[in-house]
Every structure is written in structure tokens, then in C-alpha cells.
Ligand binder design. Structure first.
Ligand SMILES: [Zn+2]
Length: 115
């Protein structure tokens, strides 16, 4: 059972209801809930993946630059520098993986689309 919003009062009601239980509005003229066709959901997925791929890549590059800077700047060479370097490297690696995974998924999505 899906839910729709009453045109009259805005409350969430069952799409099977003949009348809105809140305001009594007759539901005959209400439009059926939008059906997400394959094309639209695929495109939305593609957009999401593209965005994720870009963010992953940007954060990875920034993290890489940052880790090089941390590695080269003399901060006394203390434990803090080591920890900071480790964290930045870890984060940038995670984002690189996110980017690669998005790329692989995008590729798969495209291949399915033009099959
Ligand atoms: Zn209503």
C-alpha cells in the first residue's frame, strides 16, 4: 500500500482511501502516485554516482597534497605529525576507493543502459 498526500489538507493518507480521513475530501480526482520509470531512476543514480566520483577524486587529491605537505613541513616530527599524516592518508585513501567504486558502478550502469 502506498501513501499519497491529500490535496486539500496535505495529510498523508492511503492511496486506496476514497476519502481523506482528516478533512473528508473525496479522492476520486487525485492523481495516482508517480511511478518511477527505469529511465528516470537510472539517470538519478548516474547523477549521484558522478557526483560521488567527483567528490571522491577531489578529496583524494586534496588529501594527497595535504599529506605531502604534512610529511615535508617541519612540525617538530612529533607524534602528532605522524598521527595527522596517518589520518589524512587514510581519509584520502577511503575517498579514492569511493571514487573508484563509483566509477565501476557508473561503467556498469552505462553498459546495462546500452545493452
Ligand atoms: Zn485531507
Amino acid at each position: 500500500m502506498a501513501f499519497i498526500f491529500c490535496k486539500e489538507c496535505g495529510n498523508q493518507i492511503s492511496d486506496k482511501a476514497e476519502r481523506c480521513p482528516y478533512c473528508g475530501m473525496v479522492m476520486y480526482n487525485i492523481q495516482p502516485p508517480p511511478t518511477y520509470d527505469m529511465m528516470t531512476s537510472d539517470e538519478a543514480k548516474e547523477e549521484k554516482l558522478k557526483k560521488r566520483r567527483l567528490i571522491g577524486l577531489v578529496v583524494f587529491i586534496l588529501g594527497f597534497i595535504f599529506s605531502v605537505i604534512i610529511g615535508n613541513v617541519d612540525m617538530g616530527g612529533g607524534e602528532l605529525q605522524m598521527v595527522l599524516h596517518g589520518i589524512v592518508e587514510f581519509v584520502s585513501t577511503v575517498f579514492l576507493i569511493i571514487s573508484i567504486v563509483s566509477e565501476v558502478k557508473l561503467d556498469k550502469l552505462k553498459r546495462e543502459k546500452y545493452k
